[in-house]
Design a protein around this ligand. Structure first.
Ligand code: AMP
Length: 220
């Protein structure tokens, strides 16, 4: 049976960083809705063009587009063993669509890790975040201060600030999160699959807490 883990939390909670690490450790693909949208935007696909305005305003891309995109991604062969979902679902309608999709494939959401971080810390993390356009790795003006990507394969690519990481947009994204995504905490709690993880600590400690709380190989 495939295994699906969802990482839930506000923008800036560290979902992307943790999902990448957990994906490597568990050998499951990291499926990030934000990364897929950004890739489409970079390549100016129809989906990218449709998502552009919503993303730069810090709003959610409509459910139908997002659900279709994730359905296509999860149906690819590399997701046969399951996936680590980062940034999806973000609304109750998306969560219901995901349940239905996985049911058809004989799977379910096995666990949802809710990464908790206080709001002032979220704003500070996001407004200082820098990203490599080449590999997508994230850095931080204060905590991980690089000007260019240190990864060999990126050949000194300059880091950039995501348009939606500017302070006003960050505040909007947190508001959108509280209105649309926070209700998912109750949705998954009611299904008995929610685990809470303290995201306000060193990256490695969050990873350790996360891995210990996921039902990996029947544990936890
Ligand atoms: P992220 O990288 O997860 O912060 O996502 C960046 C932006 O992509 C969001 O602010 C939304 O505009 C869009 N986006 C990503 N995931 C979703 C989703 N599940 N539903 C709607 N919009 C999304």
């Amino acid at each position: 049976m495939p295994t699906y883990f969802v990482l839930l939390g506000a923008p800036g909670a560290g979902k992307g960083t943790q999902a990448a690490e957990v994906s490597t450790r568990l050998g499951l693909p990291h499926v990030s809705s934000g990364d897929i949208f950004r890739e489409n935007l970079k390549n100016q696909t129809e989906l990218g063009v449709q998502a552009d305005g919503y993303m730069s305003r810090g709003e959610l891309v409509p459910d139908d587009l997002t659900i279709a995109m994730i359905g296509e991604r999860l149906s690819r062969p590399d997701c046969e063993p399951g996936a680590i979902l980062d940034g999806f679902p973000r609304t109750v309608a998306q969560a219901e669509a995901l349940d239905e999709m996985l049911r058809e494939w004989g799977g379910k959401v096995d666990a949802v890790a809710y990464i908790m971080v206080p709001e002032p810390e979220l704003v500070s993390r996001l407004s200082g975040r820098l990203v490599c356009r080449e590999c997508g790795e994230t850095f931080h003006k204060r905590f991980r201060p690089f000007e260019r990507c240190p990864n060999d394969k990126c050949e000194g690519q300059y880091l950039y600030q995501r348009e939606d990481d500017q302070e006003e947009t960050v505040k909007k994204r947190i508001k959108v999160y509280l209105e649309n995504t926070a209700p998912l905490i109750e949705y998954y709690q009611a299904k008995g699959v929610l685990v809470e993880v303290n995201g306000d600590q060193a990256i490695e400690k969050v990873t350790a807490e996360l891995l210990a709380s996921l039902p990996v190989n029947g544990s936890a």
